[in-house]
Design a protein around this ligand. Structure first.
Ligand code: 6GU
Length: 225
């Protein structure tokens, strides 16, 4: 999979993709992540990328031409399955969206700053808008890093143990059950007996039960979906 990201703060996107699973995916050739500095497409000597909003009001708006020029240049090189805009005023990311996106060939991600981008960018170029939750970040870069991490680990072949991604929290709209490792007794806090029993069908049942219990207590909304 190839992922292109357009950003005014490309340095924010260096480090998140040079760790653990995402790094391994890149090394295995399963994911290619390229960051594009929007400033290079800015207008005039000052490389302008934002301007005051029509109708008045505080805050700058990202201008249409630099973004359009950047997107068009990238689109001339490959066909994108999705052109995604990261913005808090969108549907929130969930595991199902991450699953769907992990099967795409090429995706382009636009990250916003300030008051956001001129609406016409969204109307003309964007095929999907994603928020990562009901709170506001300074810019879309950290949100894009979250999205890319969630997608890349799902690309077939990225996680060695195939089971591992499949048994994650949310994969069946359930939270994960509790997990334990040695020692089996920490200052009197014992690991549940069943996990030491070697009875694997029973252990599976126990884990399902605990996953359901946890979901019911903490995220009952997931059970309605
Ligand atoms: Cl995608 N962008 C920004 N700036 N804030 C957010 C967000 C995105 N998702 C949640 N908050």
């Amino acid at each position: 999979m190839r992922i292109d990201i357009i950003s005014v703060a490309p340095d924010l996107l260096e480090s998140p993709f040079n760790h653990s699973i995402v790094k391994r995916a890149k090394e295995k050739g399963l994911a290619e992540i390229i960051i594009h500095d929007l400033r290079e497409y800015g207008l005039g000597n000052y490389k302008q990328i934002d301007d005051t909003q029509f109708g008045g009001g505080a805050g700058m708006v990202m201008m249409i031409e630099p973004i359009a020029n950047c997107i068009r240049k990238l689109q001339a090189e490959r066909v994108y399955d999705e052109v995604i805009y990261m913005t808090p005023d969108a549907k929130t990311l969930n595991q199902s969206t991450a699953n769907t996106l992990s099967l795409k060939e090429n995706i382009l991600i636009l990250t916003g700053h300030y008051k956001g981008v001129d609406q016409r960018i969204r109307d003309v170029f964007i095929t999907k808008e994603i928020s990562i939750g009901d709170y506001v970040l300074t810019g879309g870069e950290l949100a894009a890093a979250v999205l890319v991490d969630a997608i890349v680990r799902l690309i077939p072949g990225v996680i060695g143990d195939e089971q591992s991604a499949l048994t994650d929290s949310f994969q069946d709209n359930l939270l994960s059950p509790p997990v334990y490792t040695r020692p089996s007794d920490f200052e009197g806090n014992k690991v549940p007996e069943i996990l030491l029993s070697g009875n694997f069908p029973k252990i599976d049942d126990w884990r399902s039960e605990k996953a359901y219990e946890r979901t019911k207590n903490i995220r009952p909304d997931l059970l309605d979906e």
